[in-house]
Every structure is written in C-alpha cells, then in structure tokens.
Design a protein around this ligand. Structure first.
Ligand code: HEM
Length: 132
C-alpha cells in the first residue's frame, strides 16, 4: 500500500529496487509454491542401473521425483499443511535447495525462475493494493 501511494505521489515508475523491497511478497510466493505448485514432480529415466540409498533403479525404469512429498514433509516444514509465509523469514525467500524445488534443480533448473517470481510479485502487488 505504502509503495503504491509513494509511486502515485511521485509519479515515478516501479524499479528493480522496489521489487527487492517487498520481502513479504516473496515469502507469500515461496509458501504458495511450496504448497500449491502446478508442477508436483518431474520424471527421470535411468540410463543405466543406479543405486539410490540402497534401492536399485534398473536401467530403462522411470522415476518420479515427487516435489510435493518433500514440500509437505514434516521433517522439512513444521505444520506443513499450514499456509505460513512467515516461515520463510528464517529459511530465506529465494531458497532453492533439496527441500524446496518448485522450479526443479540441477542442470534442468527452470530458467524462468526469476521471471515467474517477478510476474507473480507484480500481480500480487496490484491485486492487494487495488482490492485490499
Ligand atoms: C511458476 C512458474 C513456473 C514453474 C513452477 C516452473 C517449473 C519448472 C520445473 C519444475 C522445471 C524442470 C523440469 C524438469 O526438470 O524436467 C522447469 C523447466 C523449464 N522451465 Fe519452468 N516453471 C515456471 C515458469 C517458467 C517460465 C515463465 C518460463 C519461461 C519464460 C519457463 C521455462 C522453462 C524451461 C525452458 C524449462 C526447461 C529447462 C531445461 O530442461 O533445461 N518456466 N520449469
């Protein structure tokens, strides 16, 4: 609200610094991606026999890496079924680690990661400041 008022009064355009000045918006986005990401997981095909933590994945088999199972695991997030954006104040909004992979990871990490966060952030800002 404050930012929109300031922009209206000064007549200035929004800048990258304004985007960075809204950490709570980022926390809401992270929490939404944790609980309700459109991509629940990704498939991978084993190109050779592979051992993962004692489990043999034979060559040619497909494996589903389930993001949602990790995002809703109590060992990773306390009260995982609770929408709690404040938890990201401790974790860090931009965290992309093994316990938070809405955009995948490794070589196939989504190149649209930052663009998506920016677009969602602009949408949320106008939604909340227009109808809040
Ligand atoms: C909330 C929005 C988005 C989510 C949750 C998302 C999620 C993902 C995930 C999980 C992957 C990895 C797929 C895999 O490992 O098989 C991926 C890949 C990819 N994403 Fe996104 N994405 C989003 C938005 C975007 C946008 C806006 C763009 C482009 C402007 C984009 C472009 C791509 C591309 C090109 C890949 C393939 C990368 C590769 O295989 O090397 N994504 N995305």
């Amino acid at each position: 609200m404050e930012l929109k008022k300031q922009k209206k009064e000064s007549g200035e355009d929004y800048s990258w610094t304004d985007y960075l000045s809204l950490p709570f918006t980022q926390n809401v986005i992270s929490e939404t991606l944790r609980m309700a990401n459109i991509i629940n997981g990704v498939w991978r095909k084993a190109l050779k026999d592979i051992d993962i933590k004692g489990y043999l994945i034979p060559k040619g088999w497909c494996v589903l890496t389930s993001f949602i199972s990790v995002h809703m695991d109590e060992e990773n997030y306390r009260n995982p079924y609770l929408f709690e954006p404040w938890r990201w104040e401790k974790i860090g909004a931009a965290a992309n680690n093994n316990s938070f992979t809405p955009f995948g990871g490794g070589q196939r990490l989504c190149p649209g990661l930052e663009l998506s966060r920016l677009e969602i952030s602009i949408f949320l800002h106008h939604l909340v400041t227009t109808y809040g």
